[in-house]
Design a protein around this ligand. Structure first.
Ligand code: FES
Length: 232
């Protein structure tokens, strides 16, 4: 888990980006008047994105002011949820799942790559590009081991990793090359490696499924009944 203390060095101010402002208004408008504070988590998330991936104290104060909340209440939320980073991170935040399925499938190797390439967890690499941390299950165990990578363009899962594919991801990110989310071993989503093993007869569903397999069709059935009734 990352440090839950505020960073010792803080910027003087924070302001939402144009896009962030728009998103903040969208979230606040979801709640009834007087209940705007319910939007605290999405607003903190937007502020974090607008602040280079971490929440500064001015950012948290700004969220509190926007929602009419005491600053301490915002701090309580931000320091509780580990998805909020309280200190600067690298351009790419790499969250390595270390829970049992990923551990059994080799997350230890992924962690070793991160340590070798980036340094200790929750530190920023020398080139400023990376921070890594170990997290609990990210819900993609079927594609273990996996990491989530967050940066200015979004948050995405990179799955079915091994030492070589993790090294390659870091090489590509370091060189500002685009990387493709999802399985990194050629697997399609969570299909068996090598392709689907069931329902492989394409003639059953390849555009002609409706002709080959009779699927009950409610509107037609209703029509038949009404025709019978008409005949009577
Ligand atoms: S254990 Fe890693 S995604 Fe679930």
């Amino acid at each position: 888990m990352s440090s839950r203390h505020l960073a010792t060095e803080q910027p003087d101010s924070f302001s939402f980006s144009k896009g962030g402002e728009k998103e903040a208004k969208f979230w606040i408008a979801k709640y009834p008047k007087g209940k705007e504070r319910s939007a605290v988590i999405p607003l903190l998330w937007i502020a974090q994105k607008d602040n280079g991936g971490w929440l500064s104290e001015p950012a948290m104060r700004s969220v509190g002011d926007r929602l009419g909340m005491a600053h301490i209440r915002v701090l309580e939320v931000a320091t509780f949820y580990t998805m909020f980073k309280l200190a600067p991170v690298g351009k790419h935040l790499i969250q390595v799942c270390g829970t049992t399925p990923c551990m059994l499938r080799g997350s230890g190797e992924i962690i070793k790559v991160c340590k070798n390439r980036i340094g200790e967890k929750n530190t920023i690499s020398a080139d400023g590009k990376f921070t890594w941390e170990e997290v609990e299950c990210l819900g993609a165990c079927v594609n273990a081991p996996m990491v989530q990578i967050s940066n200015a363009t979004g948050d995405a899962y990179y799955e079915d990793l091994d030492r070589a594919s993790m090294e390659k991801l870091l090489d590509d990110l370091a060189a500002d090359r685009a990387i493709k989310a999802g399985p990194q071993n050629g697997r399609h989503t969570s299909e068996p490696l090598g392709g689907a093993q069931t329902l492989t007869d394409k003639s059953l569903y390849n555009g002609s499924r409706a002709k080959k397999i009779k699927i009950p069709n409610a509107p037609k059935a209703a029509k038949k009944v009404s025709k019978k009734k008409e005949a009577k």
